[in-house]
Design a protein around this ligand. Structure first.
Ligand code: PRX
Length: 655
């Protein structure tokens, strides 16, 4: 544990209780009620989840077996049950709430569209029938590469409806990344759009798709293209089809495919500590129950709430809290396609005012960026509809938390700082807002039915306050990942290997304070968190070394006021180390190169050329030294083992 990012420990220790008004109307109204739920779950873990799954999910065949641990650390939940996730998100609301708005959409240019549950049902059925017409069947993997429009959700729900397994790739990822993900899961089709709009620019998704398919992707038979941006696209005969052409004349009804509880609902690729992203595989019923319950517990969801989670569907947050969780609860959810600063930095608050949003969920990066632009923007808008705020993706610094609380929440909205991961499917540690007093920077306490612990190197629970350790989950939970697609061994090694398959290792370090509150301290592996998005240092390194002039590179993170972490790359190139204009040109070229290889989120913020990387005698790169250098810190490490101590000055940019 020597390599932890201890400096990210946050020190704010004030307690912020919810207002009496919030508490009185909350789904869970007191600490005692929360404690009761947790105790109930501790006493009968399986029984607790079985009861919730029986009552909150609509099953086509109810389950009799709750948890199968016989193949641990592969766990299955509700194993003989059958359901359809899309049915649970849409059909079951139709009778009572068919005319209720399911999705409020707003485009960057201000175009808006309301979609009722009835209309969503029709759209999803039509699209599901189009999938079927093209021969897509239960179990087929389908890549979704879409702008942030209702059609992205319709595509996901359409797949779920027929039992196809979707794999959403964030629209900001490059053609190269798309290709890798298509090939890893041998996807049969792509669902995309002509283009999306962000920051006034058209993002040419179909063109990126064509580029990916031109490089390989032999398994792809069909490309479904939604019309959105209206840009010109090439359509390949026999392969590409406009969705509006395909759906014309198809039935507006599509009987859901009832699938086993464990049927994979989706794959979602995320970064790990190797160069290759892993396809996290989620189940149907287990995933759904945690999405449903966290909407109720954490977001305190009510019939008349207007819920807005700003995440893109390309990330797990957009899966659980845009595409599935809100709809499964019959909630009205907002989707915005565009940048938060168009036409100005008040856009989010303008949306809140006009759509009367009551629950707002975003990332600390966005809060910090908007905070920097001043209070005037939020103050120009009526934010009185808000009653609850949330954050996710990275630790929030107390300054941003306090600003969020004061300027956006007007000190009347509790803030839920939700800790979770792509792998956990839904919130794991988070305040239950009517019950738990919050502390800025702490995600507070685990949710009921989730057994979280902080352990030492031997896997023993750390009870001493404020001592850091490994964040682990000690009992299986329904929405846990099931495996890594096509790599069982990597699943076992990555998450379970460290403590003999006994504890799920999240990859974060953490401490608990004297009140038992959890404080996330940072990653323990070579994973960066840039603007709340995960990126493996090795992924960026692999992209850099694929450039013809690069011999070797080492990538580390350094703190950044807005993004949380910024990417710093040390690069060795063939021949002479470049200087002056040559160096500037190569830096620009490498940044462009990485954007092309992975996507703009992976573009290094700093690139420094060096003759050599600092290595120990055994050839291991001294990453801690590089991290200190990237942060401009004094060097305290022992560098006597370096072959060439002079290199340190060069790494520091001193000559
Ligand atoms: O390091 C933690 C950080 O984000 C990681 C998970 O990233 P990803 O799978 O991309 O999912 C992000 C959205 C759920 C975690 O291992 N993280 C996430 N939420 C928080 C956080 N760090 C601190 N506080 C949080 N609330």
């Amino acid at each position: 544990m020597s390599d932890h990012k201890i400096e990210s420990i946050l020190t704010e220790d004030r307690l912020f209780p919810p207002s009496d008004d919030f508490r009185q109307h909350a789904n869970i109204k007191s600490r005692a009620d929360y404690d009761k739920l947790r105790t109930e779950a501790e006493q009968d873990h399986e029984g607790f989840w079985a009861k919730l799954a029986h009552t909150e999910i609509s099953w086509s065949k109810d389950f009799t077996k709750t948890l199968d641990e016989s193949k641990a650390p592969h766990y299955s939940w509700f194993t003989d049950g059958e359901l359809n996730v899309s049915y649970n998100c849409i059909d079951r609301h139709l009778e009572k709430n068919g005319d209720k708005i399911a999705i409020i959409f707003e485009g960057e240019k201000g175009d808006t569209r309301n979609i009722t549950f009835k209309e969503l049902h029709k759209e999803v059925c039509l699209f599901a029938n189009a999938l079927k017409a093209k021969g897509i069947k239960k179990g087929d993997r389908i890549v979704i590469y879409m702008p942030m429009t209702p059609e992205a959700v319709i595509a996901m729900q359409g797949c779920a409806r027929i039992g196809a397994i979707h794999s959403v790739v964030f629209g900001g990822f490059s053609a190269e990344s798309l290709k890798d993900r298509i090939e890893d899961a041998t996807c049969k089709a792509v669902i995309t759009a002509d283009g999306g709009t962000r920051g006034g620019k058209v993002i040419k998704l179909k063109a990126a798709c064509d580029e990916a398919l031109a490089k390989g992707c032999a398994s792809i038979e069909t490309v479904f293209v939604f019309k959105r941006a209206g840009n010109n696209v090439a359509m390949k005969d026999g392969r590409d089809a406009w969705v509006h052409d395909l759906t014309a004349g198809l039935s507006e009804e599509c009987e859901p495919e009832w699938v086993n509880a464990e049927h994979p609902l989706f794959l979602l690729y995320t970064s790990g500590s190797t160069g290759k992203p892993k396809g996290i595989q989620h189940s149907s019923a287990g995933y759904l129950i945690n999405c449903i319950m966290t909407m109720k517990w954490v977001f305190d969801i009510k019939e008349d709430d207007i819920f807005w989670c700003t995440a893109d569907v390309g990330w797990i947050t957009g899966h659980s809290y845009v595409a599935y969780g809100p709809l499964a609860n019959g909630t009205t959810t907002v989707i915005y396609e565009g940048a938060p600063t168009v036409p100005d930095a008040g856009r989010f608050w303008d949306l809140v005012e006009r759509h009367k949003i009551s629950i707002f969920y975003t990332a600390p990066t966005a809060i910090r960026a908007l905070m920097r632009l001043g209070e005037d923007f939020p103050n120009r808008h009526d934010l009185s509809s808000l009653r609850l705020l949330g954050t996710v993706g990275e630790p929030i610094n107390p300054e941003a938390w306090i600003w969020y609380n004061k300027v956006i929440g007007k000190e009347k909205c509790p803030i839920v700082d939700t800790w979770w991961q792509t792998e956990t499917g839904a919130h794991i540690i988070s305040p239950v807002p009517g019950a738990i007093d919050t502390k800025p920077g702490s995600c507070t306490l685990p949710l009921p039915g989730i057994a979280v612990d902080v352990v030492d190197e031997a896997g023993e629970s750390i009870t001493e306050p404020d001592r850091g350790g490994y964040l682990v989950i000690s009992k299986p939970w329904p929405s846990m990942l099931r495996t890594i697609w096509g790599d069982e061994q990597r699943y076992v090694d990555t998450y379970w290997g460290k403590f003999n398959n006994r504890l799920y290792v999240a990859g974060d370090s953490c401490r608990r304070d004297k009140d038992g509150y959890f404080w996330i301290m940072g990653r323990i592996d070579d994973v960066l968190n840039v603007s709340g998005h995960r990126l493996g240092t090795m992924e960026v390194e692999s992209a850099l070394v694929a450039h013809e002039r690069v011999v070797e590179s080492a990538v580390v993170g350094r703190p950044d006021d807005i993004k949380g972490e910024a990417i710093f790359a040390f690069v060795v190139i063939k021949g002479e180390r470049p200087t002056g204009a040559d160096a500037d040109a190569l830096v620009a070229d490498l940044r462009k190169w990485v954007t092309k290889e992975i996507g703009a989120i992976a573009k290094p913020d700093d690139i420094r050329f060096t003759d050599n990387l600092p290595k120990t005698r055994s050839g291991k790169i001294m990453r801690r030294l590089l991290r200190s250098i990237a942060r401009g810190e004094e060097i305290t490490q022992d560098i006597s083992t370096l072959e060439n101590e002079e290199i340190v000055k060069q790494l520091q940019g001193k000559f």
